[in-house]
Design a protein around this ligand. Sequence first.
Ligand code: IPM
Ligand code: MG
Length: 370
Amino acid sequence: MAANKKLLILPGDGIGPEVMREVRRVIDWMDRRRMVTFDVSEDFVGGASIDAKGTPIADNTLQAAKDADAILFGSVGGPKWDKLGFDMRPEIAILRLRKELDLFANLRPAIVFDPLVDASTLKADVIKGLDLMIVRESTGGIYFGEPRGVETMANGEKRGFDTETYTTGEIQRVARVGFELARKRQNKLCSVEKANVMQSGLFWRQTVAALGAAEYPDVALSHMYADNCAMQLVRNPRQFDVIVTSNIFGDLLSDLASMLTGSLGMLPSATLGAIQPSGKRHALYEPIHGSAPDIAGKGVANPLAQILSFAMLLRYSFGMDEDAALIEKACVNVLGSGLRTADIMGPATARVGTGVMGESILRELEKLAA
Ligand code: IPM
Ligand code: MG
């Protein structure tokens, strides 16, 4: 039995708590089977934290996140908190977690599971077998760049502004993550920016090219403008293996890529920091789907992205590849049996709610582990 692993669970808002409940069942199952014992703690984040503690993320929650071996995050935000000031938005919570734990590499896979090829709005022959990884820089760029603000100009008119900035070091460290991942996959990395319009984009391109030539000559590196990349992703997504890009372009392109797979409700993500001298690496895992307030509390949300985020956590934070694979296989098998939540319904499938989907995953895990 492995030593206790410190896991911080932050369910957040909207469908976060209900899909997280299904992950807790998977964790309990693993505990019962003595595969691993987790030291699990749970806390408020986002709107739930605003309600309970008066802030999107409390200092002691941030500290607990720093102390944890891994963080499993749900989702934040909702109409209830839309009218709060800019600095009180629930979204501040995830941005602060990324920034303060220096979680700079956001890994967003887009994988088309065979049983779901018909759930995509794209034709099956375009997306079948798709397995692409977007590496989004997540602590820099226009999300955090200074100066930013709204000011009144001499003529009385107002001006709003944000700043896109990237240093050599920031580009190199995220590009390295992309190169390393590519080496374990199809050895192809596409770096995405707007080098034709932005100074910081040209600098990004030159920096990645130099790093590739110096340290990763074996990886096939290409460069693409972000607008072209958006077009190529719907035209022929399988041309890509790993994409590395800035915070803002990664935000846009990962939403786009996720819909190639049919549903936002299927996709997990990992956000990783640097490996520290102690060997520890901060890491946060979250589904891509967000809080989906329109369906929250109805028991219809798809728990698979949250469960698959937990599988990613096992793989990347704890090296538990086999257990991760077991959970992923259970998800694919349950989909293969025709059970579907509302978001991924297809021909000849049976519609189930969040709880039944979770239970089916548990039953499948039992079978696979028997
Ligand atoms: C994401 C989200 C966040 C982002 C929001 C909630 C701040 O859209 O993780 O992609 O823009 O990074
Ligand atoms: Mg986004």
